[in-house]
Write a protein that binds this ligand. Structure first.
Ligand code: ADP
Length: 272
């Protein structure tokens, strides 16, 4: 199984128009063997443990992982399956909900900036500042004049972060409307899951087309060299996990990290 091409194939090329209808949410980019994929995710999990230790030891940069997708696209599942190897001490997951009154009294990036990981850490955003050009646009929560200015503001914000040693990876978990239906039905039938569902979740489905248009624009306008979007076909959970874990591992490996050099010879030290 050649996984090296996955990130190249899944990245939204900066500057190119994204057409979601051309991308199959059930695609597995030539990866056929689910069992092999599960093994690769497990291997990546072990690698991630080692790479996180290096990230922490070097303390030179942070990694920020942004997860976006429709309800039931698998944001929580991705965090559970892909990130379960990492040490919770160096990682923080932030879930962005409807903004509080205090948050609404600030600019939309205020609550986001506060949650950006520190050097040496990994931050995971379960939803993010992109909600401010997705749900906010679809529901007209602010005027068009306000939301349409935001993609440029987001690009500038992400550039500042990346110029300050925050590596940003953004994943859009792309599921089909049918797959969402199947998953929502399963959720409804499961007492361990249906307690957190609302009728609003079902209503949002009716706005699928509007959401896809908003996502398409967000992916097109905010896919940049310093903070790329990856469009992950997410109907097959095993492929989604494989793709996300592979891209994170390749990114961490690209840092070519080393443990800091000591300014003394540990061989000559006797611990008394
Ligand atoms: P999740 O679906 O992420 O598991 P919730 O069911 O609590 O968690 O949903 C969070 C809700 O908050 C989503 O409907 C999302 O669209 C909404 N939300 C997040 N950020 C914003 C925002 N900036 N403005 C309005 N709504 C937002």
């Amino acid at each position: 199984m050649n996984l090296k091409n996955l990130s190249r194939k899944l990245i939204a090329e900066p500057g190119a128009k994204v057409r979601l209808s051309d991308l199959d949410p059930a695609d597995t980019i030539g990866v056929k063997d689910e069992q092999e994929a599960l093994k690769a995710v497990e291997k990546n999990r072990l690698k991630m443990e080692e790479l996180q230790m290096l990230l922490h030891a070097e303390n030179k940069r942070a990694l920020l992982i942004v997860l976006q997708g429709m309800d039931a696209s698998g944001k929580d599942g991705t965090i559970r399956h892909v990130m379960n190897g990492i040490n919770p001490q160096g990682c923080e997951v932030t879930s962005f909900k409807v903004p509080s009154a205090e948050e609404l009294d600030h600019d939309f990036l205020w609550r986001i900036h506060k949650a950006v990981p520190a050097k040496g850490d990994i931050g995971i955003f379960n939803r993010s500042h992109y909600e401010d050009i997705l749900v906010v646009r679809v529901h007209n929560l602010v005027s068009k004049e306000v939301w349409s200015a935001r993609p440029k503001q987001i690009n500038r914000f992400e550039r500042i972060l990346s110029e300050n040693d925050v590596k940003i990876l953004k994943f859009f978990l792309h599921i089909s409307k049918n797959e969402q239906k199947k998953r929502l039905q399963e959720r409804m039938a499961d007492p361990a899951k249906n307690w957190k569902m609302s009728l609003q979740d079902l209503k949002e489905r009716e706005l699928w087309k509007e959401y896809m248009e908003a996502y398409q624009d967000a992916l097109t306008e905010c896919g940049t060299e310093c903070a790329p979007w990856f469009i992950i076909p997410a109907d097959k959970k095993w492929f989604r996990n494989l793709a996300v874990s592979q891209i994170i591992i390749e990114t961490l490996e690209s840092f070519k990290m080393n443990y800091p050099k000591l300014n003394f010879d540990p061989q000559k030290i006797v611990v008394k």
